[in-house]
Design a protein around this ligand. Structure first.
Ligand SMILES: Nc1ncnc2c1ncn2[C@@H]1O[C@H](COP(=O)(O)OP(=O)(O)O)[C@@H](O)[C@H]1O
Ligand SMILES: [Mg+2]
Length: 419
């Protein structure tokens, strides 16, 4: 059995409202790619809108997903990058300012200014999940992305803080630790999804990513290359299924199957003469229903969900405009997550957003791509990209540390020889 440390492996775990998914990825010499070597996936139980509401059930699901992934990847999983979602996720944009210690800005100055920017009051009972630098200013020069080496007297940093409720974080960590796993880091699901599906150009031009899952829509908005907003809306694919169940009088499990196999988010795309068999409840016989009727239930609900997203975009754009920050989303809207897989969604979404829309699957992966190159896997693949970045960052930190200590050793032995 190949042990974890013999290969550079990272593991992503998403305990979603609909599915629990564990992926094992191998960090390759090409830094931008993750090679997927193991997948474990099972329907989620005990989760609601991103939060744990039955610990025992969640633990069972995590065990199943991890066992499958371990078997496929032939490794032992001891720690994971874990996704977190839920309406408790909040964000705030903050500013920090410090004098530049030497003639030019050093990496240490950058760390200090970011630390100052995050040292602010956050919501009660919340903890900081991410501190993401947006841009720096040195004296009168604004919009700097990498200030190291530049000269100046004072440096300012703008950062985006993402926070989460302490107890929500504790519960999902507890479920994971009960399976004997260590949590490397907790990552906001929407942020992970954006890492998996966006290109650099899209971030620069301005883009809104929506990860549409079962219980939540996780939104991240980028303009001018920086993250400006993160929000969670507590409605998603499950409400569509529930509408179908009510409208057609069919059990929820059948409504889910009908949606996945025959659903369409654009009524006008469906031919009039196509029918589907709809199971009934209470022993009544199944009925033939026009596919168009099914789409007639689905389209209004998707339109409503996406309108909630559009309202958020408009609200943020107004705030950014007032602050003099670029607010255009020239790269439009990118939809991903399981519920973005429905037919006709891009046209339905264009009617809501009046801009270009792309349904996105994860990028920069190799290995088990036949299986995982789907919007459904975006979040968990984003966790692997995040984990890979942490791995590479830690490696350079260690290398830097060793380089410095080697250098100190050399000076030390040189001094000993001198005296
Ligand atoms: N082909 C499909 N068409 C429409 N909805 C789908 C399809 N595949 C999955 N879904 C929906 O996607 C949702 C699950 O998405 P997922 O991203 O796995 O959720 P989560 O991360 O919240 O567990 C469910 O509501 C499911 O009905
Ligand atoms: Mg998800």
């Amino acid at each position: 059995m190949i042990k974890f440390r013999d290969r550079k492996l990272v593991v992503g775990l998403e305990i979603g409202t609909s599915k629990v998914c564990a992926l094992v990825g191998e960090v390759l010499s090409d830094d931008s790619i993750v090679n997927i070597i193991g997948v474990g996936d099972c329907p989620s139980r005990g989760m609601d809108k991103g939060g744990v509401n039955d610990l025992e059930l969640v633990v069972k699901c995590v065990h199943r997903a991890i066992d499958q992934a371990e078997m496929m990847a032939d490794c032992h999983i001891s720690s994971v990058y874990l996704a977190l979602s839920g309406q408790h996720i909040r964000c705030q944009n903050e500013i920090g300012m410090v004098p530049v210690s030497e003639e030019e800005v050093t990496q240490e100055d950058v760390e200090i200014v970011v630390h100052t920017a995050k040292s602010v009051r956050i919501c009660d009972e919340h903890r900081i999940l991410h501190v993401i630098p947006q841009e720096y200013a040195i004296d009168y020069q604004e919009g700097i992305k990498n200030p190291v080496g530049l000269s100046g007297l004072r440096m300012q940093a703008k950062v985006h803080l993402i926070t989460c409720h302490n107890d929500m974080a504790k519960n999902i960590i507890k479920a994971t630790e009960r399976c004997g796993l260590k949590v490397d880091q907790l990552i906001f699901s929407g942020l992970a999804a954006s890492y998996a599906v966006l290109t650099e150009d899209e971030r620069e031009l301005g883009v809104c990513v929506v990860d549409i899952g079962g219980g939540t829509m996780d939104i991240t908005i980028y303009t001018d290359g920086a993250l400006r907003d993160t929000t969670v809306i507590p409605y998603a694919g499950k409400v569509v299924t529930s509408d179908i169940a009510y409208a057609l009088g069919t059990p929820p499990l059948d409504a889910e199957m009908l949606k996945i196999k025959h659903g369409c988010a654009l009524e006008s795309m469906v031919k009039k003469d196509e029918n589907v068999v709809v199971p009934s409840v209470g022993g009544r016989p199944a009925r033939n229903v026009q596919k168009q009727t099914l789409a007639g239930v689905i389209e209004p609900r998707y339109t409503e969900l996406l309108t909630l997203v559009n309202d958020r975009i408009l609200q943020l754009q107004e705030q950014l405009r007032q602050q003099g920050v670029k607010y255009h989303l020239a790269a439009g809207v990118v939809l991903t997550g399981g519920a973005a897989q429905i037919d006709g969604l891009s046209t339905c979404a264009q009617q809501v957003f009046h801009t270009q829309v792309r349904i996105a699957q994860p990028l920069n992966i190799t290995g088990l791509t036949d299986y995982t190159e789907k919007p459904y896997y975006s979040t968990v693949i984003g966790l692997l990209h995040y984990g890979k970045e942490c791995y590479l960052h830690n490696k350079t930190e260690i290398e830097k540390h060793t380089a410095v200590s080697n250098w100190l050793k050399r000076i030390h032995s040189w001094l000993r020889k001198e005296f």
